[in-house]
Ligand binder design. Structure first.
Ligand code: ZN
Ligand code: ZN
Ligand code: ZN
Length: 375
């Protein structure tokens, strides 16, 4: 991720997000948050350093205090151009100075702080050495729902990213599959995502035939044949917000069994979607999808959780998984993506991004969920 996020947010939006984050930190018993460059920093400030280096860049949020961005002096001019820059104070430090001392001066000694999961270990160690009485918690573990509820502008961006991914699917279904390598179809998919406005392609999974039975298979040299099921799972970032959708197509006429398995996954995906409503626990979405596959006798072949959140990244909390009791809240966005994976044979997965509305769910992907036959 490079450059500042092009999302249409202004300093007031970022000020409100930082205030909300500081409030959430206080409610979680934290003395503050230390945010490293990455998704949280982009979401809180609009700032994404062009290069993340060993020089410390850290946003310090403390309840009751003004946000401060500790930044290397040579990066300060770029940081000052970030959309949220006027909502925070820049505290630059020059080479030769101790950036941990600069940061420590902003913190309550002895406090417990949430720190970005992706902060470099050397920076956390630097802070621990400078403030030995201070302790740290994973920001994602301490505040898993910080970015989970999207506002109207964020929902529009996620919907636009979903529509772009759908447009890519409508084109990819027209290309030849039989006789081409998975990697060639994957390259087509990446081109299409960019053509429809994605600035970043995170994954283009093309799992043909037996490769489709491995949900982690990305794509390879296998030549796609007539008769193959092909799992297509693709997404990335458009205008700073994510897309992620899966459709499973078939090359030529499918067998009765392939149709049946695809129907079961489609019904499971529909059941998961129907379970989305405010107040329902995340695990209810997983249970609803899984029940359909269990009842059809394929339960042991549905080998992953039903979904994950999406926003400024393509994988984030909340997770639709057994044991996750977090209630759904209007504005949350996540995938519903059940699958059946028959080892050595084929796999089927169908995935939409869904957002929670006032009384149910709304899909942000809307290409057909019937099996598409390709050439
Ligand atoms: Zn087949
Ligand atoms: Zn996906
Ligand atoms: Zn997904």
């Amino acid at each position: 991720m490079t450059g500042t996020a092009p999302a249409p947010f202004n300093a007031d939006d970022y000020r409100a997000r930082m205030a909300r984050a500081a409030q959430a930190a206080a409610e979680a018993g934290l003395a503050g948050l230390l945010v490293a460059p990455g998704p949280d920093m982009v979401w809180l400030t609009g700032y994404a350093p062009t290069a993340v280096t060993e020089r410390l860049t850290l946003l310090v949020l403390a309840p009751g205090g003004d946000p401060v961005l500790v930044v290397p002096a040579l990066e300060a001019p770029d940081a000052a151009k970030a959309a949220g820059a006027s909502a925070l104070t820049l505290r630059d430090w020059t080479d030769g100075k101790d950036p941990y001392a600069v940061t420590a001066a902003l913190l309550d000694t002895g406090g417990r702080f949430g720190i970005s999961d992706n902060a470099w270990a050397m920076h956390l160690l630097g802070m621990q050495q400078t403030l030995p009485g201070t302790s740290y918690a994973s920001l994602t573990e301490a505040l898993p729902m910080l970015r989970a509820v999207k506002d109207t502008a964020e929902l529009e961006l996620l919907a636009a990213a979903g529509a772009a991914a759908d447009a890519a699917f409508e084109e990819i279904r027209k290309v030849p599959f039989a006789g081409r390598r998975e990697s060639e179809v994957g390259a087509d998919l990446a081109d299409l995502l960019r053509r429809f406005g994605h600035s970043q392609v995170d994954f283009t999974i093309v799992g043909s035939g037996p490769n489709g039975a491995n949900p982690h298979h990305e794509m390879g040299d296998r030549v796609i044949e007539r008769g193959d099921m092909v799992v297509l799972d693709f997404g990335g970032l458009k205008d700073g917000y994510g897309s992620d959708t899966t459709r499973t197509v078939h090359v030529g006429e499918p067998t009765d069994e392939e149709r049946r398995v695809h129907d079961i996954v489609r019904e499971a995906q529909e059941a998961g979607f129907r379970a989305v409503r405010p107040g329902a626990a995340c695990q209810e979405v997983d249970r609803a999808a899984r029940a359909v596959i269990d009842e059809a006798g394929y339960g042991e072949y549905f080998i992953h959780r039903t979904g994950h959140g999406i926003g400024v990244t393509t994988h984030e909390p909340p997770y639709m998984i057994e044991g996750e009791e977090q209630p759904l809240v209007p504005g949350m966005c996540f995938s519903v993506e059940p699958g059946i994976y028959l080892p050595g044979r084929f796999g089927v997965r169908i995935e939409d991004i869904v957002t929670v509305t006032g009384d149910g769910g709304r899909r942000l992907n809307d290409t057909t969920r019937e099996m598409v036959l390709v050439d």
